[in-house]
Design a protein around this ligand. Structure first.
Ligand code: NAD
Length: 354
């Protein structure tokens, strides 16, 4: 029987394909925007400036200061610059950090965001914003920050290094995994999750073997789009909670942390989520134990498999376990402090998931 559900579609437009970034000026014009602020990280300033040049008169300026977790001082500078320039929108070029900066401006000024993603993080599909002040990250949901248009051009991902491609791709798979056992899962979103995980798992070995393989890059970005849509549509559980705590408290890097924790969080939940296990098993080519298969995939991709190698001290396991159970949240299997501590210890040491 189909379980009862409520499904709410999000209003956004997606343009996908190799070379579509050339259509960005038309996209911006069709939205009625005449003076957009281009946002990117310092490492991608060249890409940001090339996009601004292509936008011609419609680009009011470039701010190449996007950083992980949107520090509030960067958000304040971006908001002031947008006001000074009289910007009527933003074009965020890059990963979750650039998109997050666009969202911070949208949250205060209501300016529409056009996203041009270059990683697989998926922030461009969600109405979730984040801001970090004095080491504390606040997040919230507001449909005003949802990009109005997303331009996915796999050619812009050709330069994403193999290590970042692997971890960013597995970060996206984590959205699909938790979407499949989410309390608000719906049939259409579960289809997207299974297909998104399948596409990424198939594409990532090819992407890591040859970053210039445009076909593999297209499949990976297609998977990332689906996984981002799943993240937007469902409530995330233990895995995302743990990664948020590890990132916020210990400043561990976002995508590598997701990569290490995912097999362990999934192994913890697998006994209580048979439907998700069946879908992931199909997505992973019939693997009987999806958690183990994801751990082995991370190994084949040369991605990190231990929190230790990300710089976490073993002594922090207990602190993170305490924080991760401090507030209740939905999870298919009841979360216990001892269960979380055991999971974290295995993830810290890089052991296979149990
Ligand atoms: P990122 O945006 O911080 O990018 C990491 C680095 O990779 C940057 O230096 C960037 O310039 C570089 N880079 C990006 N694309 C590149 C490319 N194609 N070629 C070469 N270099 C490239 O990393 P991310 O993992 O995409 O995003 C992480 C951030 O996004 C975190 O702050 C996370 O919390 C947030 N996030 C938010 C949501 C949401 O829904 N709000 C979802 C996912 C992630």
């Amino acid at each position: 029987m189909i379980a009862p559900f409520t499904y709410q579609a999000l209003p956004m437009r997606v343009v996908f394909g190799p070379g579509v970034v050339a259509r960005l000026p038309d996209e911006v014009a069709a939205l009625g925007l005449t003076r957009v602020l281009v946002l990117c990280s310092p490492e991608q300033e060249d890409t940001g400036r090339a996009v601004a040049a292509a936008l011609g008169d419609r680009a009011a300026g470039v701010l190449a200061e996007a950083r992980m977790h949107v520090p509030v001082e960067v958000a304040t500078r971006a908001r002031e610059l947008a006001r000074e320039l009289g910007a009527d929108g933003c074009v965020a070029v890059g990963g979750g950090s650039a998109v997050g900066l666009g969202k911070a401006i949208a949250l205060e000024h209501g300016l529409p965001v056009v996203a041009v993603p270059t990683t697989y993080a998926g922030s461009e599909m969600t109405p979730v914003w984040g801001l970090t002040e004095a080491g504390e990250k606040r997040t919230g949901r507001d449909v005003r920050v949802l990009p109005v248009s997303v331009v996915y051009d796999p050619e812009l991902t050709l330069g994403l290094p193999p290590g970042m491609s692997a971890t960013s791709g597995l970060n996206a798979v984590a959205h699909a995994v938790e979407g499949l056992y989410a309390p608000d899962a719906t049939p259409i979103v579960s289809l997207m999750a299974e297909e998104g995980a399948r596409a990424l798992v198939a594409a990532l070995p090819r992407v890591v073997a040859d970053g210039a393989d445009l076909d593999a890059r297209s499949e990976a970005q297609y998977g990332a789009w689906l996984c981002g849509a799943v993240l937007a549509a469902t409530t995330m559980s233990l895995h995302h909670k743990l990664c948020h705590t590890l990132g916020g408290t210990l400043d561990l890097p976002h995508a590598p942390t997701h990569t290490v924790v995912l097999p362990h969080a999934l192994a913890f939940n697998q006994p209580a989520a048979p439907g998700a296990v069946a879908a992931l098993s199909r997505a992973l080519g019939g693997a009987p134990d999806p958690a183990r298969a994801l751990w082995e995939l991370a190994g084949r991709l040369g991605a990190p498999r231990s929190l230790r190698e990300l710089g976490m001290a073993e002594a922090d396991v207990d602190r993170i376990a305490d924080l991760a159970v401090a507030n209740p949240y939905a999870n298919p299997r009841p979360v216990t402090r001892d269960g979380v501590a055991a999971l974290l210890r295995a993830a810290w040491a890089g052991e296979p998931p149990e």
